[in-house]
Design a binder for this molecule. Sequence first.
Ligand code: UDX
Length: 438
Amino acid sequence: MRVSVIGTGYLGATHAACLASCGHQVVGVDTNADQIKRLAAGAAPFHEPGLDALLRQGVESGSLSFTADYAAAASADVHFLCVGTPQRAGSHAADLTALWSSVESLAPLLDRPCLVVGKSTVPVGTALQVRDRLRATAPAGDDVDLAWNPEFLREGHAVEDSLHPDRLVFGVDGNVGYQTLCEVYAPMLTAGVPAVRTDLATAELAKVSANVMLAARISLVNLLAEVCEAADADVGDLTQILGYDDRIGSKFLTPGVGFGGGCLPKDTRAFAVRAEELGVGDPVALLREVDAINMRQRARTVNMAVDMVGGRATGSTVAVLGAAFKAGSDDVRDSPALDVAATLQARGAQVCVYDPAANTNAHRAQPRLGIANSVEDACRNADITLVLTDWPEFGTIDPAALIDVVRHPRIIDGRLALDPDRWRAAGWDFHALGRGTR
Ligand code: UDX
């Protein structure tokens, strides 16, 4: 099929490359000329395992191209809207500027029957507005069909999640859209991936609901962690016990500095705003608490660090291991690690950060922070060390060797990534969010 993908960020670039690898003829369109240039050369503008190879393969075979010119989308039969919907400045609601501008640019090109498929995460109700706007402004009028088909990919696993998803969601208002989506995703359907056919509104809610569930789970486990700390109990053992219960499960049960990134925080907030607009304001208090508990983890980490260096950040040297919002990514959007680092710096500490993949983005976002190229360089003469991103590399640090590098052997494990006994045995003053002091 001839497919256009509008918006080539994490979602769009991965989706375009994966559809090309499924045998479709794909053009990716984005207004960011730098990004387009890199993608057209077969290179991802961000860290995503396996994506470079897939992009190169598509570009070299001629089945995948990228352009800043919307006109190139005109010949496609299916158009995927993959633009970003970040948090609106000064509000918790979603900013749909990029979505509406992509609709305005695409509509005049639609002069024959086609399907437009929304993939962006939007407030429920947006799809109907998009459909009406397209039909009112496209030359093809009512021959433009609309479907909503959310994507659940995780950064760091985007290719794997796109090629082998847990499920497909086809939000449609008729058979034409449904049949077309079945053709687009034929290889996955043949491989047995379950597809749920539903209405537009339910499909819009699917992605944000999944993220709200995940966010709530993390804040709940962080609440348990804080109680563990107060009771001198161990949240690591506790989550292991909980995880053996099939109904709870052991995934997504790691406490620490909390969730960040481009999805969970803003989706939780935007969902709450939309629920209030729909008159479901009271139960939304739960989500405000989910957000507050999450932000509290960052403040608790800062306070714990300041306490450990004697009550004042000013004059202390702090090593922060990790800047990305999670391991496997170079994304620092709403990163708890970078937020804690910047707050300590703002309170007068000299902070040096090391991240295996996100140093460049960390520097761009927080130019005043020191940046190091290794754990040792970051920790040189540190009064305290904080592990704030769950990179496996940090779990293998030898505490006996690192003790000779730092000025004071104090460490905070903000990701439950280190073995407390090993660090304490090597002479470190070890604290972890959610772990007692023994
Ligand atoms: C998320 C959803 O998982 C994905 O389905 C959706 O499409 C996009 O949003 P992503 O933002 O890539 O994906 O990250 P995810 O792996 O979900 O982690 C989100 C945050 O939660 C990270 O900051 C991570 O460190 C944190 N987290 C995750 C925890 O604090 N504890 C956990 O147990 C798991």
